[in-house]
Design a protein around this ligand. Structure first.
Ligand code: PLP
Length: 393
């Protein structure tokens, strides 16, 4: 069977690939420490699970409107008002099956063949693939390490062509953990307005900020920027709800309406029970969100210091999310490898530590470690890497 062209260039998600390989070794009885995961290691807070159980007991197990339950849209609107002082109407909100599906649906409705989407590197693995699936063309701009892996307004300007349709901003960033400041967003926003470019603002790590950093959405900066931005967010990372699959997009009504139409013919609606759980997530206490954030910050501060002491690893301190993104090419070379991919493979096979090579994020010389795992395991993992370097270097 010859498959469609659109899937022939699709590359599997590196993150899921390494997680699968680590699981295979684990199942074979090896003591593997996986630092590949992109999900919090905490249970979903109890009051959210209770709401899901109650929804089932009450029989809320049927189709919902395609764009999401009105009561959930209302909670999302309240959340945006509360956290970002942004006002949206229900017609400007769509609830999707995770933030990933919100992004996928968005690219499907805004891109025609050959339309360009500017993606800063290092990027989250799915952006380029989703753009390609919509017959768009990903255009990369390097977020340089000396600029904390962020792109500048000048770089953005220089990359724009008549075919540029959108730019993706992800702050806090996966994989780098870096955060754009208000001033940087203002400068980028100015360029986008001048050239009429849609801003896709992926704010899924909004709640995971450290060292007193505060989240700013580019949509907050002016009414014009609000109109020019589609915000992507969800509860996967903030409320440890990755498996519930609830995310959303908010923005221009015409775009949201097209997304809702598309969803009505592809997925019908996000799971009804998960939607009720998400209502509880936004209505209830946000204390659990803060408890998880604090736990991540404790881990970050300990593990960041230790990792930076390992020869050949150089890491900027992340300001958000739950990843460290050190440059590791020097370590790879010291261990006798030409590239970080081979080094990561050797670490998994010999030390049973699973990291994700930077190649999957468009930054070959780097490696991503997730600290969404217990401090004990994190410390053992770093010790294993240090031992390996002591052996081979
Ligand atoms: N955006 C970024 C930057 C992510 O890291 C992820 C998940 O890893 C997503 C979107 C997708 O989130 P969800 O699980 O809600 O689909």
């Amino acid at each position: 069977m010859k498959l469609a062209k659109r899937v022939s260039t699709l590359t599997p998600s590196t993150t899921l690939e390494i997680t699968a390989k680590a699981k295979e070794l684990k199942d074979a009885g090896h003591d593997v420490i996986g630092l590949g995961a992109g999900e919090p290691d905490f249970n979903t807070p109890v009051h959210i699970m209770d709401a899901a159980k109650e929804a089932m007991d009450k029989g809320f197990t049927k189709y919902t409107p395609s764009g999401g339950l009105p009561a959930l849209k209302k909670e999302i609107i309240n959340k945006l008002e509360r956290d970002q002082e942004l006002t949206y109407k229900p017609s400007e909100v769509i609830v999707c099956i995770g933030a990933k599906h919100a992004l996928y649906t968005l690219f499907q409705v805004i891109l025609d063949e050959g339309d360009e989407v500017i993606i800063p590197t290092p990027y989250w693995v799915s952006y380029p693939e989703q753009v390609k699936l919509a017959e768009g063309v990903p255009v990369y701009v390097e977020g340089k390490e000396e600029n904390q892996f962020k792109i500048t307004a000048e770089q953005l300007k220089a990359t724009i062509t008549p075919k540029t349709k959108a730019v993706v901003l992800n702050s806090p960033s996966n994989p780098t953990g870096m955060v754009y400041t208000r001033e940087e967003l203002e400068e980028l926003g100015k360029v986008c307005l001048e050239h009429n470019i849609l801003i896709v603002s992926d704010e899924i790590y909004e709640k995971l900020l450290y060292d007193g950093n505060k989240h700013v959405s580019i949509a907050q900066l002016s009414p014009e920027l609000k109109e020019q931005t589609v915000i992507i967010n969800g509860v996967s990372k903030s409320h440890s709800m990755t498996g519930w699959r609830i995310g959303y997009a908010v923005g221009n009504q015409t775009i949201i309406s097209a997304m809702t139409n598309l969803a009505s013919h592809s997925t019908s609606n996000p799971t009804s029970i998960s939607q009720y759980a998400t209502i509880a997530a936004y209505q209830g206490t946000q204390d659990d969100v803060e408890v998880m954030r604090q736990a991540f910050e404790v881990r970050l501060n300990i593990i960041f210091e230790k990792l930076n002491q390992i020869p050949g690893f150089h890491c900027l301190k992340p300001q958000g999310a739950f990843y460290l993104f050190p440059k590791a090419i020097e370590a790879a070379k010291m261990a006798g490898f030409n590239d970080v991919d081979s080094f990561v493979k050797a670490l998994l096979e010999e030390e049973k530590v699973a990291l994700v090579p930077g190649s999957g994020f468009g930054a070959d010389d780097y490696v991503r470690l997730s600290y969404a795992t217990s401090l004990d395991l994190l410390e053992s993992a770093v010790e294993r890497i240090a031992n390996y370097m002591a052996k081979v270097a």
